[in-house]
Design a protein around this ligand. Structure first.
Ligand SMILES: C[S@@+](CC[C@H](N)C(=O)[O-])C[C@H]1O[C@@H](n2cnc3c(N)ncnc32)[C@H](O)[C@@H]1O
Length: 267
């Protein structure tokens, strides 16, 4: 194997597919469920993941070359996605926020690994509750920001916007902010037959993110989009104001805005 091949390591290659809807990482199994499929419950070594099979290739590409150690996820369901990331990366810190009140399989996973000091689920917290979410962010990510933030919670525009405005300042330069299932308002099949989400399409936020990238390319360096994920790569620019202070998305893309961004273009 050449030296370049030695350098190329992608944690997502550690996944072993057992069936199109079942995968394994060492001794942990994951069952994939999607919209409308029968409900399943997680156990401490077998987790439900609300994903379809191509998600893994997509995440592999999005996170290629990104150091992932400090993770924040909104929308945990039974905790499967944080457990998968922990199994793949051996996380230093994983913080999760969900409106649910119960995640017993995740709790068992944490206890079995004595991981109470690095895996923190915050339940009964709405992703748009500015006071509660901000206290979680300040507690875990003010001194050492996140490498990866995932929003897989409500998929509603206003709530996802609030989360982005709160959490993006706590992402490190070079880190990735992923919004999942952003295109539900435009999907066929189950989504034309059933109203899974009620409210403004989440795709509106994606378009606004693209406008920020146009206005401040050193703040949002790159945006990857596929059918399920939007991955927003943070650049070296710093938002003005106190560390971790929230911002308003629309103030960042309108030409008339007076928000200060320290652009820090390379060279
Ligand atoms: C699609 S599931 C998450 C799936 C999980 N990330 C996985 O891959 O297995 C969405 C989760 O978001 C949570 N959720 C929905 N609306 C929310 C809100 N406004 N605030 C916080 N969590 C919310 C739901 O309780 C649910 O657990």
């Amino acid at each position: 194997m050449g030296s370049r091949e030695h350098q190329v390591r992608n944690e997502w290659d550690r996944i072993e597919w057992i069936a199109p809807d079942r995968l394994q990482v060492e001794d942990l199994r994951f069952d994939l469920v999607t919209w409308g499929s029968p409900k399943r419950r997680s156990t401490a070594d077998r987790f439900v993941l609300v994903k379809d099979a191509p998600f893994a290739q997509s995440m592999r590409a999005i996170l290629d070359g990104i150091e992932v150690q400090r993770v924040l996820e909104f929308g945990l369901y039974q905790g499967g996605s944080l457990v998968l990331l922990d199994a793949l990366y051996g996380l230093e810190l994983a913080v999760g926020v969900d409106a649910r009140s119960e995640m017993s399989a995740f709790d068992s996973y944490v206890r079995a690994r004595d991981a109470e000091h690095r895996l923190f689920p915050y339940l009964e917290v709405d992703q748009a509750d500015r006071a509660k979410v901000r206290s979680v962010l300040v507690r875990h990510f003010l001194d050492a920001p996140a490498d990866l933030i995932i929003d897989d919670a409500s998929h509603l525009y206003a709530k996802s916007l609030a989360t982005f405005e709160l959490a993006f300042p706590f992402l490190r330069p070079g880190g990735v902010y992923i919004i999942e299932d952003w295109g539900w308002a435009h999907w066929p099949r189950a989504f034309t037959e059933h109203e899974w989400f009620v409210g403004e399409p989440l795709s509106k936020l994606v378009l606004e993110v693209l406008l920020i990238q146009c206005r401040h390319p050193s703040l949002i360096e790159r945006v990857h989009i596929d059918a399920h994920h939007v991955a927003i790569y943070k650049g070296p620019a710093a938002l003005g104001g106190a560390a971790g202070a929230p911002f308003r998305v629309r103030d960042l893309y309108l030409s008339s805005s007076a928000v200060h961004v320290d652009e820090r273009f390379p060279g």
